[in-house]
Design a protein around this ligand. Structure first.
Ligand code: SHN
Ligand code: NAI
Length: 198
């Protein structure tokens, strides 16, 4: 079974092999989290030219391209190449996502909804990526754009509570109350903590 984790990828070298639809989706994900990637393929679909933070390398896969990478995505349409990439990465202890083989992947990519620092992710252990997508779309409706501000504000107020109250039980009780509020009520409640903090 796959274990859920949120990775800090600063200073991690990421290389994607392949320049088609699937490689593009994986690159766009990295881009949404401000991560830079190198992408190697003999040809790229046009969408790649719109991406920020990608370095395109027009070539077929060679080991040298992933030798120094810590995280690799094997996203060609050639099963033999994808498998070779997967095996090389296992041998050299790299994180690898092989897009046509969950068993050769030591990590997979979930569907996700990102609202500022709120991150909801869904995976099915490779059983049904389409179900992940469907659930993601349901979550997008329930957790709309307003959650970005909501979570930001919860973070700010929580920090104030931690600074102002020593007793962990009191902190917990206050924070429990905060998450019952909607955005407008939270803004109102938050002001109290802000003025007390000044
Ligand atoms: C194991 C995994 C490895 C990985 O890529 O990380 C994997 C593997 C494979 N996907 C395949 C097919 C499709 N994948 C999608 C879509 C997504 N696939 C994603 C993740 C994952 N896909 C990982 C498991 C995630 C989980 O556990 O749920 C998502 C969630 C995230 C993302 O890619 O960004 C993204 C939705 C993003 C969103 O919109 O929210 C669609 C639907 C579509 O494109 O509309 C289809 C066609 C319909 C279908 O098959 O369901 C095939 C068969 C290819 C073939 O037929 O040959 C394989 C290979 C295999 O199964 O062996
Ligand atoms: N994990 C996932 O979410 C999904 C995975 N897939 C799998 O992903 C594979 C790729 O799908 P698409 O991107 O739609 O295919 P595609 O045909 O759009 O793109 C394939 C890309 O691989 C590149 N390529 C081929 N040989 C290469 C090599 N030796 N070195 C470097 N690049 C090479 C091609 O230039 C092309 O850019 C499919 O074969 C399918 O099995 C398909 C759908 C979803």
């Amino acid at each position: 079974m796959l274990y859920p984790i949120n990775l800090e990828l600063n200073h991690v070298e990421i290389v994607v092999i392949g320049g088609g639809e699937v490689a593009y989706r994986k690159c766009k994900n990295f881009s949404e989290f401000n991560k830079s990637v190198k992408v190697v393929a003999p040809s790229f679909i046009e969408l790649f030219y719109e991406l920020e933070n990608v370095e395109l390398i027009w070539d077929s896969y060679k080991e040298e391209y992933i030798q120094h990478a810590q995280m690799v995505v094997a996203a060609t349409d050639n099963q033999v190449i994808n498998q070779a990439i997967g095996e090389y990465c296992h041998l050299h202890q790299k994180l690898v996502n092989v897009v046509d083989s969950v068993s050769l992947s030591n990590y997979t990519v979930p569907s996700y909804v990102k609202r500022g620092d709120l991150l909801l992710s869904v995976s099915t252990g490779g059983k049904s990526p389409s179900l992940s997508k469907k659930i993601r779309m349901e979550l997008e409706k329930k957790y709309d754009d307003s959650y970005e501000e909501y979570v930001h504000l919860l973070g700010v107020v929580r920090q104030q509570i931690i600074e102002q109250y020593e007793d962990v039980k009191v902190r917990r009780r206050l924070i429990q109350e905060l998450i019952k509020l909607d955005l407008d009520a939270l803004k109102e409640e938050g002001r109290k903590y802000m003025s007390e903090g000044e």
